[in-house]
Design a protein around this ligand. Structure first.
Ligand code: R5P
Length: 313
């Protein structure tokens, strides 16, 4: 088995290798003077089971092109199999024609990955599970819920908990969290006015006097979470926490978060958290062990459902 990484999340790739007890594969991944991606795989991969780690996080187009070009370089070097390990799958929110004349970019990216050379995909908390259907190659889908659960067990919150989905689309995810956290469930009925702003219409479920944990797959502008937290406060929730798998964290989100009713937000390291986005309100938990275990099982041709069986139902 050989594990390579692009530049998008070297820290996570190194942690995964550490759990696997192997070193990171040698590759040059840089840029030519005109900005084009320059790649050279610097060791023999012929006949090997290769894993390439690269989230397509911001700068998404740079990281996506890197991923595609490394896949191409690997494919031409005759490995037995290439698994693209994509801890955060960008463009996933563009997964349907919800307006006239818009692209389905998630499907385009799935096609690009396959053409570039991926034989299988390993990813985490896709924006919508249905994106799996855009691939005609095997895809293994991991869930971060147990990693969050471990964190919340460690900080020992009192158990008057309600798990809250900040929108109707997140109900399935929130239900799985509520089951694991042994909490009740509530849903915020949100309307999105624009890509940057949302408005809360109603809260479905009992939140008064409870500690609320908002759960979501992505925090980008923060608008969904901050507005949901405000609505929860008005509905007399006690403390408000959030766990979100992918900290995309676009401009201004840190200030918004600091000014919000959210006590703290837990994200994973599927996307690296740059220094300028660090905040006392943000805690990071690692999904490296989860990915390492999945990679090991895929390599050994073992089932990986043990990692998430109790979560899907
Ligand atoms: C929406 O359907 C997603 O699950 C997230 O709620 C959304 O992408 C978060 O975006 P933002 O932080 O910009 O509100």
């Amino acid at each position: 088995m050989l594990v390579f990484s692009g530049n998008a999340n070297l820290a996570l790739a190194k942690k995964i290798c550490k759990h696997l007890g192997i070193r990171l594969g040698k590759a040059l991944v840089g840029r030519f003077s005109d900005g084009e991606v320059r790649v050279k795989i610097e060791e023999n991969v012929r006949g090997k089971d290769v894993f390439l780690i690269q989230p397509t996080s911001p700068p998404v187009n740079e990281n996506l092109m890197e991923l595609l070009i490394i896949l191409d370089a690997l494919k031409r070097a005759s490995p037995k199999r290439i698994t693209a390990v994509i801890p955060y799958f960008g463009y996933a929110r563009q997964d349907r024609k919800d307006q006239p004349r818009v692209p389905i970019t998630a499907k385009l990216v799935a096609n690009l990955l396959t053409v570039a050379g991926a034989n299988r995909i390993l990813t985490l908390d896709l924006h919508a599970g249905q994106v799996q259907g855009f691939f005609d190659i095997p895809l293994d889908h991991l869930y971060a819920v147990n990693v969050f659960l471990d964190y919340f067990k460690k900080v020992k919150l009192d158990n008057n908990l309600v798990v809250v989905s900040p929108d109707v689309g997140g109900i399935k995810m929130a239900r799985a969290y509520a089951k694991r956290f042994r909490a009740s469930l509530a849903i915020v009925d949100k309307r999105r006015n624009s890509p940057e702003s949302t408005e809360v219409m109603h809260i479905l479920g009992e939140v008064k006097g409870k500690n609320a944990i908002l759960v979501d797959d992505i925090i980008a502008t923060g608008s969904s979470l901050v507005e949901a937290a405000k609505a929860l406060k008005i509905a007399k929730a006690k403390r408000i926490y959030a766990c979100v798998t992918h900290g995309v964290l676009s401009a201004n989100v840190i200030q918004k978060l600091e000014d919000s009713f959210i006590d703290f937000l837990v994200i994973t390291d599927s996307i690296p958290l740059p220094k300028e986005k660090q905040s006392k309100k943000i805690k990071v938990v690692s999904v490296s062990k989860l990915f390492a275990e999945a990679i090991k099982r895929i390599h050994q041709e073992k089932s990986i459902s043990i990692l998430f069986d109790s979560i899907r139902s």
